[in-house]
Design a protein around this ligand. Structure first.
Ligand code: 5GP
Ligand code: ZN
Length: 120
């Protein structure tokens, strides 16, 4: 149940190792790697190791413990990357108006410099 794989999902391919990624942290249920097109000096993605949930709302409704683990991992990796003191941003894009392109839930961790207020 924790290893659901969706053919054609880029993040599932990263989990399987068929597409390379720069992994920075791993837990039993999560993987954290660098975004291939960083929007900040440090831009990481925290994902569950299962394709069950497309977005944050589905994840929180279906597996609140896993949602909490993603948030905990984001905090841990932000601290490990030295972002905690100056601050950073966590983002869950959801749907078309947010520009979501990968429908395997992922938490963006952005930091390393002052960020624009919001992308609106
Ligand atoms: P979304 O817009 O769906 O919230 O974000 C998807 C993110 O995945 C984007 O920031 C994009 O740069 C990143 N991404 C897409 N394909 C790859 C890939 O093959 N490797 C990595 N590391 N990141 C990717
Ligand atoms: Zn997937």
């Amino acid at each position: 149940p924790d290893t659901t794989f969706e053919p054609g999902c880029i993040f599932c391919s990263i989990l399987r190792g068929t597409i390379p990624a720069t992994v920075v942290r791993e837990t039993g249920r999560t993987l954290t790697f660098r975004d291939v097109a960083p929007q900040a000096p440090t831009h990481l993605l925290v994902i569950p190791k299962t394709h069950v949930y497309a977005n944050a709302a589905e994840l929180a409704a279906g597996d609140p413990g896993l949602a909490a683990e993603l948030l905990r991992e984001a905090g841990a990796v932000a601290a490990a990357e030295g972002l905690a003191e100056d601050g950073y941003r966590l983002v869950f894009n959801t749907g078309g108006y947010a520009g979501q392109t990968v429908f395997h839930v992922h938490l963006h961790v952005l930091g390393g410099d002052a960020l624009g207020r919001f992308g609106v």
